[in-house]
Design a protein around this ligand. Structure first.
Ligand code: PLP
Length: 456
């Protein structure tokens, strides 16, 4: 144990010296976990402590850790063809593109990149170019929602509606507009959930009209806002947004980076709402995070407008590593595991179980609302249930650290949503066992119980 401790100290010293972390600043007594291994839903740190990873890394390890099939697929593919760019073609990319169309249940063509941000950047460029090439030369704007996250690059961050992620990096790409998300928990008193959601959809149409219909290229949204606090719309919302987009010639871009690949209890989040997006972006669960890969699926007839061989009408966008053969082989193996083990159905089942287990906790003095979308949950903490004042970040952090001390990793909606950094998030591997879910529920309940006891 002592050896593990001194080895850990050494790693942490070097980490402190050489490594710049995402979304966190360590030092002054704050240390990252140094993760050395993982199996199923559990990760192990350099000290030998085990944690149930109820965030699947960053919402991505859908099939769980330690899958040999995925490692073998990468190994075999790297031996036969480690790399070739998709300026030409290769078999793993062809097979995966076909498979993704089957999963999407629609007529799409697939452009590969490496990350969710890049998939969204490609979507914005495709949407603008398409509009230009069908004669809609002034359509360059995109409508998005406050609280949404769409990525870290200058366009995807511009689409993001979280002020504190953008602060100090502006000006970002221009032409991105934001409207209120359908946050039903904070709807006006007396209005039904559905009416409030339809009013939020109407806000999108209002912006399109007020900005000038002829200037708007697309609307981008996740099926449910995930990282921004798990905001799940009423079923009527998305359908109304689709109708608005169709009416005004605006492309509907659905960001499935988190909601895709079974997370929502269906293959893709938008399948819950019966809409047919023009463009679908995906990443994370596509390879369960085993290798970097993302995709932008574009409706076939939109793609056809890039094929007429006139000068510069093709998509002038290259991605050196996008669609790397090993990453595509891993994605295919990942989808095969999901199909063989019926993980989409399992996600729905475990999501329902988790929701049932947690339902009565909405009476907890600090819990304002509990929302779920498949096997994804947000627990909104408030300091006053009557006024719905968001709980302070210190309380959110205390719950997260207490869970960690008891071997459970849970998440929160960043420190990035101005005024509303008060949602605990859960997004466990879809292949979690019954025992994993029981441990998660038991630990979380015990921590929440302690928080109340401490306050008395
Ligand atoms: N879109 C959504 C909904 C996301 O949650 C994320 C990342 O968390 C992204 C896009 C960006 O993905 P990446 O970090 O792979 O660039």
């Amino acid at each position: 144990m002592l050896d593990l401790e001194s080895a850990t100290r050494e790693w942490l010293d070097k980490d402190d010296r050489y490594l710049w972390h995402s979304m966190a600043s360590y030092g002054a007594g704050k240390e990252p976990l140094v993760i050395t291994g993982a199996e199923g839903s559990w990760v192990t740190d350099a000290r030998g402590n085990r944690y149930l990873d109820a965030m699947s890394g960053l919402w991505c390890v859908n099939v769980g850790y330690g899958r040999e099939e995925l490692a073998k697929a990468a190994y075999e593919q790297m031996k036969s063809l480690a790399y070739y760019p998709l300026t030409q073609s290769h078999v793993p990319a062809i097979k995966l593109a076909e498979k993704l169309c089957e999963w999407l249940e629609g007529d799409y063509v697939i452009f590969f990149s490496n990350s969710g941000s890049e998939a969204n950047e490609a979507a914005f460029k495709i949407a603008r170019q398409y509009q230009e090439q069908i004669g809609e030369r002034n359509r360059y704007k995109f409508v998005s929602r406050y609280r949404a996250y769409h990525g870290s690059s200058m366009g995807a961050l511009a689409a993001t509606g979280q002020a504190q992620r953008k602060y100090k990096y502006e000006p970002l790409a221009s032409g991105f507009l934001h409207v209120r998300p359908p946050d039903g928990y904070r709807k006006p008193d007396g209005q039904s959930e559905e009416d409030f959601n339809l009013a939020c959809a109407q806000a999108i149409e209002d912006v399109i009209v007020w900005e000038g219909v002829e200037t708007v290229a697309g609307v981008i949204m996740e099926p449910a806002i995930t990282g921004g606090g798990v905001i799940v719309p009423h079923p009527s919302y998305m359908k109304r947004v689709e109708d608005i987009c169709r009416k005004h010639g605006v492309l509907l871009i659905i960001d499935e980076v988190i909601c895709g690949f079974g997370r929502s209890g269906r293959k893709f989040g938008h399948h819950n709402f019966g809409v047919k997006p023009d463009i679908v972006t995906m990443a994370k669960g596509l390879t369960s995070g085993y290798l970097p890969l993302s995709a932008t699926a574009v409706r076939k007839d939109i793609y056809e407008k890039f094929r007429d061989q006139q000068s510069y009408s093709h998509f002038r966008h290259v991605n050196t590593f996008g669609g790397n053969p090993a990453a595509c082989a891993v994605a295919l193996a990942n989808l095969e595991v999901m199909e063989k083990e019926q993980l989409v159905d399992r996600s729905r089942l475990l999501g329902e179980r988790l929701a049932d287990e947690m339902a009565e906790w909405v009476s907890h003095p600090y819990i304002g609302d509990i929302r779920s979308f498949g096997f994804l949950m947000g627990i909104e903490l408030v300091s006053d249930k009557a006024t719905k004042d968001p709980a302070p970040l210190a309380l959110v952090n205390r719950i997260i650290s207490s869970c960690k001390a008891q071997g459970l990793i849970i998440g929160k909606n960043g420190d990035t949503v101005a005024g509303f950094n008060n949602v605990l998030t859960l997004s466990p591997p879809l292949a979690s066992t019954d025992e994993d879910v029981a441990f998660l529920v038991r630990t979380l309940k015990s921590v929440l119980q302690d928080v109340v006891a401490d306050a008395r």
